[in-house]
Design a protein around this ligand. Structure first.
Ligand code: SAT
Ligand code: MN
Length: 602
């Protein structure tokens, strides 16, 4: 770490001086990203209580962080996109005029770092040397944020080297402020490539490289530069015959992206190999070969802890046994963490995520449902050798997935890119604990980007269509749903490693093989199209998983119409056409007597 006097990039120096004048820190430290610097920060965090040491014999380099009890997830209602014209932010974003936002936040940032150290963290999103990578600099007064950024991004000198003399970097200003939700704002300024965030120390609110830069601002850049910044995992699959494919998948937060990215093929599917390129964000660019190429801009994983076990995700479980920061999990008396869904049974007593005594009789959960691990990607045993490839990996299929108990089949395929864009645009999911608010409520989440699209979503859909038109070999697009339940609310599909059975069909389709049946909503596999060797699922159960019930879809189509109307003239006509085509196909499928019954209100 160098103090303020050390030489640093002129543009960064100027910005440091401006921020320091406003926030008045006691000292300014520029991070270089070394191990010694990390060790020093850990020591100081242990002394201040920002980190708690876990059992170092069992979990070397692992620490626990407890966030403030009302600062445990992204706060979407306090997240703004501040563009000159409100229309550019769109109805999908909270909007404030930039001068108003700056004035409001200047007030909150003034003197905010008095008595604190101001850390300057240069970071690189994407592989070094790649012309697709982006540089950001985060100024923060939180050691936890610095330590997390050092895991989640390529931080320090490596970023400055990539930047060189260029002034093209994202200015990310963060202070924990007083951690009050009343004085918490996450403000994005795409037109000046900057983010100001105050009042939260948690996840996507505070690690500004992630959702703020790599999705909200990057989606804006991608629109102008002709590519896509998406909330997608990237998974490599190799068939027993040795054929390699890459799949990208958009799922809302806490819907199993990390588990899918680290998929373990079931024992009954020998010869299949899976590799992990990314678990949360994909930057997709048209290549000169007419394909779409994906890079994971991140350098670590910020995954949901509850439910992570040797059974559900052995790769993740193993990778979090060292050099990991746990946030908001429970602590056992031997200094190891515990959470709901752990392989070990509930401990007789523990300390819960808020530091209070907990026993299995407690009514509250021991770990917060959105508790997280922060782990370097390098610790993932299935990390793809292509992870650092500056050109990324070619994508054969895109999945849109969400949490839907009813209506949506296990898998179906879009007719083409335009219809696939429509499938993404009409994605909706039952909410999870990843954002504040009620859990389990159905909400529209197009492309799983509703909280992360940095501009008007109508324009974003149009951009998807443009990108599709600019490539000659577009990936096939599929909708998947691992979460369909029966009448009793039990999941019909085992999920996890068995998802490979669905992906196998997906890959067969990308290879021009694999049978499919046309339904009003898209192609579904015939029952025999899903490999069930070693899986105890009957024909009836699979039929139920793949069922398309036109009566259920009538309702869905009506809801889509209201949603599309929100975007007014920004919604591309092509999506309206897809909408009316779907409505028409569904209507055709419904028998006259059914229609009559509904018309009569019976
Ligand atoms: O946005 S976070 O980084 O806090 C996690 C998520 O919601 O995906
Ligand atoms: Mn995410």
């Amino acid at each position: 770490m160098t103090d303020k006097a050390a030489p640093v990039h002129a543009g960064i120096r100027k910005w440091i001086d401006e921020v320091a004048a406003m926030t008045t820190p006691d000292r300014v430290l520029v991070c270089e990203g070394s191990e010694a610097e990390r060790d020093q920060l850990v020591r100081e965090s242990l002394a201040s209580g920002e980190l708690i040491e876990l059992n170092q014999a069992k979990l070397p380099g692992c620490y626990l962080h407890r966030s403030a009890p009302h600062d445990v997830a992204r706060t979407e209602h306090l997240t703004f996109v501040c563009t000159e014209r409100e229309e550019d932010a769109g109805p999908n974003n909270n909007w404030m005029a930039p001068p108003e936002a700056k004035a409001k936040l200047t007030h909150l940032f003034t003197g905010a770092m008095s008595g604190r150290t101001m850390y300057v963290v240069p970071f690189l999103m994407g592989p070094p040397g790649s012309r697709f990578s982006k540089v950001g600099v985060e100024i923060t007064d939180s050691k936890y944020v610095v330590l997390s950024m050092q895991i989640m991004t390529r931080a320090g000198t490596i970023a400055l080297d990539h930047l060189g003399a260029s002034d093209d970097f994202t200015r990310c200003l963060h202070s924990i402020g007083d951690l009050s939700p009343d004085r918490r704002f996450i403000m994005h300024f795409p037109e000046s490539n900057s983010v100001w965030s105050i009042g939260s120390g948690y996840g996507g609110n505070a690690l500004l490289g992630k959702k703020c830069l790599a999705l909200r601002l990057a989606s804006w850049m991608a629109k102008t530069e002709g590519w896509l910044a998406e909330h997608m995992l990237i998974l490599g699959l190799e068939s027993p015959a040795g054929t390699k494919h890459y799949i990208a998948g958009a799922f809302p937060s806490a819907c199993g992206k990390t588990n899918l990215a680290m998929l373990v093929p079931p024992a009954s599917m020998p010869g299949w190999k899976a590799s992990t390129v990314g678990d949360d964000i994909a930057w997709l660019r048209p290549g000169s070969d007419g394909r779409l190429w994906a890079v994971n801009p991140e350098f670590g994983f910020f995954g949901v802890v509850p439910g992570t076990s040797r059974r559900t995700n052995p790769t993740a479980f193993d990778m979090i046994q060292r050099d990991t920061i746990y946030t908001n999990v429970a602590l056992r008396s031997d200094g190891t963490p515990w959470w709901e869904g752990h392989d070990d049974p509930p401990p007789a007593e523990a300390i819960d995520w808020q530091g209070r005594p907990w026993t299995p009789k407690s009514t509250e959960k021991a770990a917060h449902p959105n508790s997280r691990f922060t782990t370097p990607a390098s610790q993932c045993a299935t990390l793809s050798p292509e992870f650092e490839n500056p050109n990324g990996v070619p994508i054969d299929a895109i999945l849109f997935g969400a949490r839907r108990q009813r209506r949506v089949p296990l898998v179906y395929e879009a007719w083409n890119w335009r219809h696939g864009t429509f499938l993404g645009a009409t994605l909706s999911s039952e909410t999870t604990a990843a954002a504040t608010g009620k859990v389990g409520v159905l909400r529209r989440d197009p492309m799983a980007m509703r909280p992360f699209c940095g501009y008007n979503m109508g324009d974003y859909f149009a951009h998807w269509l443009e990108v599709g038109a600019s490539i000659t070999r577009p990936p096939l697009i599929f909708r998947v749903n691992w979460f369909r339940t029966d009448e009793e609310g039990r999941f019909l599909w085992p999920g996890f490693g068995d998802n490979l059975r669905v992906l196998k069909w997906v890959l067969e389709r990308t290879e021009g093989r694999g049978k499919a049946l046309a339904t009003p909503i898209g192609f579904i596999p015939p029952v025999e199209g899903i490999d069930r060797k070693g899986l105890d699922i009957s024909d009836e159960e699979l039929t139920a998983l793949l069922r398309v019930d036109p009566a259920e879809w009538v309702e869905a189509v009506a809801g889509q119409e209201d949603f599309f109307r929100m975007f007014g003239r920004h919604l591309p006509q092509a999506l309206w056409d897809e909408h009316w085509n779907l409505a028409h196909r569904i209507e055709e499928m419904i028998t006259p007597s059914e229609l009559k019954g509904r018309d009569l209100g019976i």
